[in-house]
Design a protein around this ligand. Sequence first.
Ligand SMILES: [Fe+2]
Ligand SMILES: [Fe+2]
Length: 313
Amino acid sequence: MISSFASFMAKKRDSDLSIFRIAHLSDPHLPPPPGAFGWRDIVSKRLLSRIAWRRKQKEHQPWVLAALIADIKAYAPDHIAITGDLTNFASAVEIEAARQWLSGLGATDSVTLSPGNHDALVGARTPDRFAVWSAWLGDGDDIAFPRLRIRDGVAIINLCSAIPTAPHLATGRLGDAQLARLEALLADPAHRDLFRVVLIHHPPLQGAVSRRKSLEDLDALRAILTRQSADLVLHGHAHESLVAALPGPSGLAIPVLGVPSASALGKGNHPAARWHAIEITRTGSAPVSVRVVARGLDPETGQPAELGRYVLA
Ligand SMILES: [Fe+2]
Ligand SMILES: [Fe+2]
């Protein structure tokens, strides 16, 4: 099956044809290594997450994630976008294990990570709290989000909605400073002709998740996107496959794609593991075309297979 998939997505380049291929995965919830939960965590939110993890650990299987990663590597994307929740308790041991896992995906400048709420469960809200993962957050020395990467006419704009929250909450927030930087970045004429892909963990969609899991400054984000536009928004957090649109300027629609957890067995309340192959094609002055192939676990074989394909634009 991989050969027909590879031929469908065969990469072609000539003078007026430009193809950029993104593999989008999310919420791998890597298994906590020994020592991921210490006695200090008994008084923190990690205790509740530890209890929740006992319920969820059967659902998030390392072999499932490994099968999906092998499938992604066979696709040989130009870039891998990961929209958060690498860890479960955001402990130092887990963050280091996640760094090692990220290192195995390929060159750091071809993999971009938008952290999730589980990656910021407790602790400081300082801009450098994801310093261990800095090589995967963006280019340049400025550690403030959004981080920016420009590759082959594609701008990858990496937001961070991950914040520590009170027990039983999994909300996200971008904050005024990050939103102002996002608006300036999108309004910058230097980025106008690029295909602008926005990464965020929390869905920028009303009702996509319950209120206790939602993005607090959703309205402000949507207003910026309506004013300044973007070409594609990729998110995680819902552990669901979601295809939606946000209003852009002049009645344009901004496609929004969410992908289920990359390690899910599909035995719980959410679908089995899936990733999206996103092919952005430009030919001369023709409109940009975005093709998506959804791939995930085939319940009969336990192997990755194509689940569907569609064109966004
Ligand atoms: Fe998650
Ligand atoms: Fe999440």
